[in-house]
Design a protein. Structure first.
Length: 222
């Protein structure tokens, strides 16, 4: 082919094919990642390095102007997550799955022996207040995490997420995504019961003081 001869249609077609290959590979990898993480049906399977570890040190201010029975609803810190079983729920008014799971949190809040705390993630105060005013407040305390820094310390991937914390302030279970009735029955309530019965003191285990062990605490029945 001479210098002035135009490329053949076959050559141009081959060039377009090669240009499309990176796009096809990217789409395939993106689809696989989405299927494994989301569509696979078990977003809660995302591992957390904080399981059987102490809750991170933090202190969050209250959500301004949030009240219950005429009294201000407080913020909270890691010190509040001791003494009994607690659920920590990461939520935001702009999160549609949070709205879907909220009635379940309202029902859980009625159960004896369970305190629910909420971390309001990167939200506007007026929107968060409107959310709770319309749907109800299941939380014993709500911390305003406007920067998202505390949620990062909790290893949060997104909202909503829910953690079970035992009476020693140890994280024993994490669920990524909205709660539903089936998950409550199969996963969350058994996790709460386990947290009530095992009494793992992860702080002592981390210091090598639990039952003479120098490593992590051994879960009974494991």
């Amino acid at each position: 082919m001479s210098e002035n001869e135009a490329p053949s249609e076959q050559t141009r077609s081959r060039s377009r094919t090669w240009m499309l290959i990176p796009l096809v590979l990217f789409a395939a990898l993106s689809g696989l990642f989405y299927e494994r993480l989301i569509v696979g049906g078990n977003p809660a399977a995302v591992p957390s390095p904080l399981i059987d570890k102490p809750v991170p040190e933090f202190s969050l201010p209250a959500l301004k102007d949030l009240t219950a029975s005429g009294e201000a609803v407080p913020g909270f810190s890691e010190a509040d997550l001791k003494g009994s079983i607690s659920l920590v729920n990461i939520w935001a008014s702009w999160c549609l799955p949070c709205r879907d799971e909220h009635p379940i949190l309202m029902d859980l809040a009625k159960r004896d022996g369970i305190r629910i705390y909420g971390i309001n993630y990167k939200d506007k105060t007026e929107n968060a207040l409107r959310f709770l005013d319309g749907l109800g407040n299941p939380y014993a305390g709500v911390g305003a995490d406007e920067s998202g820094r505390v949620s990062i310390d909790w290893g949060v991937y997104g909202v909503p997420e829910t953690f079970v914390v035992n009476g020693n302030g140890c994280i024993t279970y994490k669920h990524v995504g909205p709660l539903n009735e089936d998950l409550i029955a199969r996963k969350l309530l058994p996790a709460i019961e386990l947290a009530q019965t095992t009494k793992i003191d992860c702080r002592a285990a981390a210091e090598g003081k639990l039952s003479g062990l120098t490593g992590a605490a051994e879960r009974p029945g494991s």
